[in-house]
Design a protein. Structure first.
Length: 126
């Protein structure tokens, strides 16, 4: 299996603008930012889906994302937010953004019927 681009960044094989690093996580600026300061937070183990991370890495990646979000708010003067997409790179990661009020990268919600919600709740119930 080939290393993901994020694993290559972690190993130092590809340069990145790092903003935070600890023993379990690395945070660096996205080279295709949606907003200024768009940061990617990745675990230092290559796991495709965030929900498949071992507990210690799952906790670590969210703790790092929280630190980055708080710092980004101070730097940008705007509210920050996070999203997990999971389709662009097969390596678990969290996107941290500042919220640009003129161009919010948040999908517009749709109205779901009560029946649709009830059926989905049944399917998702743990």
């Amino acid at each position: 299996m080939n290393d993901s681009i994020f694993s290559k960044i972690i190993k130092g094989e590809i340069p990145a603008h790092k903003v935070y690093e600890d023993d379990k996580t690395l945070a660096f600026l996205d080279i295709h930012p949606e907003t200024p300061g768009h940061t990617l937070v990745v675990p230092k183990i290559e796991v495709d889906k965030i929900y498949e991370l071992p507990d210690e890495y799952y906790i670590a990646i969210w703790n790092t994302a929280r630190k980055i979000a708080a710092k980004l708010e101070k730097v940008s003067g705007q509210r920050s937010f996070m999203k997990v997409v999971g389709t662009d790179v097969p390596h678990a990661h969290i996107h941290v953004f500042s919220l640009d009020p003129e161009h919010p990268p948040i999908p517009q919600p749709t109205q779901a019927s009560d029946d649709d919600l009830a059926q989905m709740a049944i399917r998702l119930h743990l």
